[in-house]
Design a protein around this ligand. Sequence first.
Ligand code: NOJ
Ligand code: CA
Length: 576
Amino acid sequence: MKKQFDFRKMSFYQIWIRSFCDGNGDGIGDLYGVYDKLEYIKSLGVDGIWFSPIYPSPNADYGYDISDYKDIHPDYGTLDQFRKVLDRAHALGLKVLLDLVINHTSDEHKWFIESCKGKDNPYSDYYIWRDPLFKGEEKLPPNNWYSQFEGLAWEYNEQRGQYYLHVFAKKQPDLNMDNPKVREEVKSIMRFWLDMGVDGFREDVINFISKVPELPNGWSFVPAINGLPFYKDGPNLHKYLREFRKVALEYGAVQIGEAPFTSVKTALTYIGGRNRVLDMLIQFDTMFADCFMTEYVHHGFWLRKLKHAFRVWQYGLQGKAWFALYLENHDHPRVVNRYGSLRHWRASGSMLAACYILQRGTPFLYQGQELGMTNIALNSIDKYIDVAAKNAYNTFFLKDSVERRLERIHVSTRDSARTPVQWTDGPNAGFTTGKPWFYVNPNYTSVNAEAEDKDPLSILNFYRRCLALRKSSETLLWGTYREYFPASRKLFMYERKYKKERILVICSFHKEAMHYSLPRGYDPSKGRLLLDNYIDKEDMKGSHRRVCVAGHDSRQRVKAGVMKRLMPYEAQVWKF
Ligand code: NOJ
Ligand code: CA
């Protein structure tokens, strides 16, 4: 058993490689491009990278349908190129996590192709096969579950004469984790990458891998989740996770489990205590502040819902487990559009950084988030690529006009997180010298890494400042979390406290300037401003020594007295 590295002190950058950076000019992001950008990633102040899947895949779900777990997709490079990236990342002090997708494979994986051949081949029991039900002559699926992506969760296979289960797309058959041979395959995949030097895994929908064996019919107001209670947090999940944990710990590897629809109580059974089976958990509550359970049921942003989600997880895990902090990944539209404001793009994009990075936990940033990249609006459904977006467009609100249906996709689709990263204001945003595989957001002329790098007040530089501050402060790393003014619809304020020090993070979610009061027990004359998204680093040096009641900060914005002023979407971080 090897000692684990301290993931709690770290922060991670997520790469969705196809749109990150193209190194060989074919229009598709790849490991050559990643290699060239490692210094940039390091410059953010993060400590590691999580790669969304980089394995061979027919791309029905862009990498989450894997056809070979022990190789690299030819579009992205070779195993040798991956080793180069890994070595260079390690030399720069960056850890590398891969995505472990074991709930399902691609239907083009060798195991599935073999499994279809019949009930008496070595792979026959690798997937979840059931006989059809019959209504007269008509074949019916074995139960009433729906898939999360398209139609029913069952697909009939003529060759085998049975239905197979797919909780996601048809091309993503679910593995039968109850088969010990499948679990041995998982361990062998883990060892393959860990032996190469990989530092851990982000584990895809890990709470779905054990199903209730009877696969009973379910019932819900929303038929799409009929089956959820029977495939989420299933009866053998802990047992299987413990088996995988043993392998991870032999290498000191870290495991972060993606766990949709999880409560704090359930989460603690996975990530609580020394015998935990996962180190951190990616939940969805903090991503549902503008929608019900999925971005496709949109209701506009509710700050109080976001604060509630933060509160539940922060208080719930405090002293018991460690949290994975995130606001964006490859599955959600861009957060500036969702929780911020395009009119106040710079201020809201940077405020959102302080709003989550300085909470208790390990922050994750998604590529382009640090630039404040925004959603793309395409004018035809044919231009979108995501299976979930196409399904939603063709299934819901069919009576609405095309324009209205497209607007809904624009607000909801994860394709917005999958446009090429905007590096420069040159052709194709500097992403490729060829023809980009997907649309570049036209705002790259102003929203790009090169321009933001030079601008001391940019979103990019504010992310850097937040990450650096977090790393340098014991209070921000280890301090307790406490929220103030939970009922406010404009303000999000939280305290981190460690030994005698308190840090107060104050975030305006309001489109106008506003006033706020310090919480009771805070002496305004003792505060020192550490960070402000309206004041650049150089100006901060002056205001650094100022106390918040000294009358005015360097820009004469803070009035004397207990009431303080915030500009639209301003973030202030005070030390007391
Ligand atoms: C969660 C992943 O993040 C998402 O991109 C994927 O489509 C599903 N799991 C299925 O693998
Ligand atoms: Ca390429």
